[in-house]
Design a protein around this ligand. Structure first.
Ligand code: SAH
Length: 214
């Protein structure tokens, strides 16, 4: 079903500057149609974000590819993702690192993502339901951290959980439709900060989930 559409998308990613062959290979290998609701299966290889329920979205393929490339993940690395969502970005990263820890505040999204990854026989991802702004203290430090929701301000608790020399990508900005992905590198006396690209993510929401929200 998705062969030509997928090939077209991979070509689009190349033209947009995704040149890391490992990233292109995993983008080609992971079936995005598994991660979108059945009604959107036809559009799984369109280069756009799609709704996944609970007011959340699976990110645009170019954004997933560009952030994955900028994260520069090595196969021995321990990686933390905040915002599991559909599990698509988690599946991509799982193919490039040793172990991925992923945090989501909606239990149902986390459970659905976990089932999708098991169906794809991906076994190096650990799921956690909770407030990702706090990170995952028992498993820190992490070699890489990726935040896939927009933070109003720099989440300093996550920088604390980076290993020395570790890299974090985080979309930052109070504007709901206009944020910038920042690349943080942890140093001996703090961290450096560099702007990578403009993006539009759903907000990172701190604190407990009201019980009626699911
Ligand atoms: N990476 C996802 C896209 C994530 S959309 C994918 O590939 O499909 C952003 C996700 O972040 C949403 O599912 C949202 O519920 C979650 N989120 C928002 N604030 C959060 C928080 N404080 N802790 C954990 N998850 C959060």
């Amino acid at each position: 079903m998705s062969g030509p559409a997928k090939q077209r998308l991979i070509g689009d990613l190349r033209r947009a500057g995704i040149l890391d062959e490992r990233v292109l290979a995993v983008m080609a290998a992971v079936p995005r149609e598994t991660f979108v609701p059945p009604t959107f299966a036809e559009r799984a290889y369109d280069n756009m974000a799609l709704p996944i329920g609970y007011g959340q979205t699976i990110s645009q393929p170019l954004v997933v590819a560009a952030m994955t490339q900028a994260l520069d993940v090595g196969e021995r690395m321990k990686v933390l993702e905040i915002g599991t969502g559909s599990g698509y970005q988690a599946a991509i990263l799982s193919r490039l690192c040793r172990r991925l820890y992923t945090v989501e505040r909606f239990k149902m999204l986390s459970k659905e993502a976990e089932r999708r990854l098991l169906d794809l026989r991906i076994h190096n991802v650990v799921f956690h339901v909770g407030d990702g702004t706090k990170g995952w203290t028992p498993q820190a430090p992490f070699d890489r951290i990726i935040v896939t929701a927009a933070a109003g301000e720099m989440p300093l608790a996550l920088i604390d959980q980076l290993a020395l020399g570790g890299v974090m990508l985080v979309p930052v900005g109070p504007d709901p439709v206009n944020q910038t992905v920042e690349r943080i590198v942890k140093t001996e006396d703090g961290y450096t900060r560099e702007e990578i690209m403009p993006v539009r993510f759903v907000p990172l929401v701190a604190g407990a989930l009201p019980s009626f929200e699911g």
